[in-house]
Design a protein around this ligand. Sequence first.
Ligand code: AMP
Length: 305
Amino acid sequence: MLIDADVKLEVRKLFDLAPLHNPAHMMGILAVETNLPDVPQAVVFDTAFHQTMPKTSYLYAIPMVLYRKHQIRRYGFHGTSHDYVSKQAAEYLAKPLEELKIVSCHIGNGASCTAILGGKSFDTSMGMTPLEGLMMGTRSGDLDPAIVPYAMNKEELTLSEVNSMLNKHSGLIAISGISSDMREVVQAMNEGSEPAKTAFEMYVYRIRKYVGAYAAAMNGIDVLLFTAGVGENSDVLRKAVCEGLTFLGIELDDARNRVRSGESRRISTDASKVEVLVVPTNEELLIARDTYRLVKAAEEAAADE
Ligand code: AMP
């Protein structure tokens, strides 16, 4: 959407739901408004790609009044990335996207898996906020919701403190006690740190569980994709995830997996039933294309008036 006063107001209302992103984006929007007042600005929502999810994927099993009154449901994030890499994968494989069952793993500081059926998001691991799903750099991912009131009570935490704990002080940093940066966690693990090893293993285990769940959700998997900071760069992580997925017909080629490159590439063996690919994401390109389309459409509409 092109940014106007209403859009800014709506984004402000959503600060609580993505506290790591929305307030920072608003600062950017205001800074550009101040310094480049004649330049149009757009917001491209990371949730848009996931609007194709069926009810069975996006509803929470809680009273429907919460959905009807407050739109509490799963939205999913990293949509721009999952959209881009799934299209790139189909192109790389020279296969029609409509015929593919893809599990896309966007593993960066934030991390999510998406089940992409025929080019459309069918399910994704992030929920109403980016907190749900995989373990991340500083986010907890899935947890028993009863922990929230229990911990608040025991530790005398406020709502904002518990929100900050789960978004900013959990995940890799909490378990490793070292860093939210996967490079530092892997290095510490290699130097013998037990907490770093536990953090790495938990992180991998969660990804593997989601890949398995999404293969079941789609009744099959043709392509497993890795992207984003960790997914594109960490052969150690990819190997660890794939090692436990041989039952699906996933066979990693160690030499291919170790190759470093900025291009899309196959890292499975030729015999592997599932194609395992590394596809560098390019959210900026997709956002730029969407922005160009929006600005052009607005200019044309203005010229018609
Ligand atoms: P992103 O959010 O996509 O920018 O990804 C950031 C994350 O990618 C950080 O946690 C980095 O530590 C991680 N990352 C970048 N390069 C590597 C690497 N070679 N091995 C492991 N993690 C990496």
